[in-house]
Design a protein around this ligand. Structure first.
Ligand SMILES: Cc1cc2nc3c(=O)[nH]c(=O)nc-3n(C[C@H](O)[C@H](O)[C@H](O)COP(=O)(O)OP(=O)(O)OC[C@H]3O[C@@H](n4cnc5c(N)ncnc54)[C@H](O)[C@@H]3O)c2cc1C
Length: 452
């Protein structure tokens, strides 16, 4: 095994590449494919390596760290960047021009290369998508042959496949997004008992807000975040509402969970303290993260480049929204049963998103219709991975759809059940671009094993 060790941002997925290349130019990538003796397979590119699944692992191969991160062009409704540019930098630059992304998901270190070919999620606004890549209109790639390829929305079928190619067709070096004028955004939160949430769901959907939600299975509560654009907003924007949310969600909450995990050994006391912290969190969401006029880009969090004690990790599955009332009710029971049987529960709150039907990417988890997700979140406390094994089965049994970069532990059977024919179509295209499997790591070999 190689002495080189690279981990994902959270630190639980380890890669041992033979060679690491910092790509500062297209030529740096081309030379990898022109010299296979010097740069062994699998060749995998990473942006910020934030993924919680081993999609970027390059054991025994060549790991490309995308350093190219310049903003190349900002037009009235398009943005073109190098693939290593990260979302928070791009959003802040757009704001200077009174522009914004369509999807302002909170992960500031999401690189453009990853956004263009891997899964993301955020609550959809009415009539809009909730996946960042659905607003990517073009990419430039280096293919395994060393040739360059440009794909745009002029070739919608190929673009659809590229959006979920996970770097298995080629290495993306340039990305173009569709963007829009900056709009004021309203946000507020409301907490429901599970039973109230379930019965109110049809009305909540009819309100026409985007919805994400914080899930508290041990308190029987769900706090819904409602957002909508509010073009008529007056006065100055509120710039503290999202700053507070970001601080609790991205720093103080996970740090608190981590510290309590280290210092309080009695589970009933530990989780009592965590549940009290969560009650204070709900209070802040309801009373402070509330405003008629916020700036969409303020939702984006600049996570530290190297993770520290405030790191957290998560997983997710998406469900047909028509079954969500039943599935979320069963999930609350599942969490309690699991805790009673195994003594394990997540030490942070869980979250979920309502995301519109979206066929812009072949392996989209909302390809067949609107979905609502269940995303357990944790500091990775002992028992987390075993819990995920049971959670994955719970979700797959209920026809949940995973994200290949964000759901840990997807088995070939689960992938096949979730994506079926689409996975076969994906593999056919992948093979056409990469007949020598230069870009195929063990993870994708496993996920695609029914089709290779
Ligand atoms: C704390 C935390 C919070 C998060 N919050 C969110 C959230 O709110 N919403 C959300 O959607 N996700 C969230 N995520 C997940 C994360 O956004 C995704 O996993 C995303 O892929 C990370 O971007 P990245 O640049 O780090 O991708 P990486 O992990 O570096 O790569 C992801 C995949 O894309 C491929 N890839 C990357 N760059 C290229 C390239 N240039 N060419 C070809 N292939 C490439 C990689 O090989 C890999 O398969 C979060 C993750 C963490 C750890």
């Amino acid at each position: 095994m190689s002495d080189l060790t690279v981990t994902n941002w959270f630190g639980d997925l380890v890669s041992h590449p033979q060679v690491i290349v910092d790509a500062n130019s297209v030529d740096d990538i081309v030379k990898i494919f022109k010299n296979p003796g010097q740069y062994p397979s699998p060749v995998r590119a990473v942006g910020s390596n934030h993924s919680t699944a081993p999609c970027g692992v390059a054991d025994g191969g060549t790991l490309i760290r995308m350093k190219m991160n310049r903003i190349l062009n900002i037009g009235a409704d398009t943005l073109t960047v190098e693939a290593g540019a990260i979302h928070i930098d791009m959003a802040q630059e757009l704001e200077k021009h009174n522009l914004q992304f369509y999807v302002n998901t909170e992960i500031g270190r999401l690189s453009a290369g990853s956004a263009a070919c891997a899964g993301t999620k955020d609550g959809s606004f009415p009539g809009e998508y909730g996946q960042v890549g659905s607003y990517v209109t073009g990419v430039k790639m280096v293919l395994p042959s060393g040739d360059l390829l440009t794909v745009t929305d002029e070739q919608p079928e190929l673009m659809q496949k590229v959006r979920s190619s996970y770097g298995t067709f080629g290495i993306i070096y340039e990305v173009t997004y569709k963007i829009r004028p900056l709009l004021p955004m309203h946000v507020h939160h409301k907490t429901y008992k599970l039973a109230e949430f379930v019965s109110a769901l049809p009305e909540l959907k009819a309100l026409n807000y985007s919805m994400m939600y914080y899930i508290f299975p041990f308190d029987d509560l769900i706090t819904v975040e409602f957002r909508k654009y509010n073009p008529g907003a007056k006065g100055d924007p509120n710039r503290t509402a999202w700053a507070l949310r970001n601080y609790i969600w991205g720093t103080s909450g996970p740090k608190f969970g981590h510290d309590i995990e280290q210092t309080v050994s009695v589970p009933s006391i530990r989780y009592g303290i965590i549940d009290s912290f969560n009650a204070a969190w709900r209070f802040k969401l309801e009373n402070i993260v509330s405003s008629d006029y916020t700036i969409p880009g303020d939702q984006i969090i600049r996570y530290p480049e190297v993770s520290d004690d405030s790191r957290y990790t998560f997983s997710l599955f998406a469900f047909d929204e028509r079954q969500y009332s039943q599935t979320i009710t069963e999930f609350f029971q599942f969490c309690r049963d699991y805790y009673n049987q195994h003594g394990y529960r997540c030490n942070l709150l869980d979250v979920g998103y309502r995301i519109a039907q979206d066929q812009k990417a072949l392996l989209s988890y909302s390809f067949d219709g609107p979905v609502m997700t269940i995303d357990p979140v944790s500091t990775g406390n002992p028992g987390w991975k075993e819990f995920l094994g049971a959670y994955n089965q719970f979700c797959s049994d209920r026809n949940g759809k995973p994200l290949l970069n964000q759901t840990f532990g997807v088995t070939p059977e689960m992938a096949k059940k979730a994506f079926g024919k689409r996975l076969a179509e994906f593999e056919e295209t992948r093979k056409a671009y990469d007949p020598g499997n230069r870009l195929l790591n063990n993870y994708f070999r496993s996920v695609l094993s029914g089709y290779i």
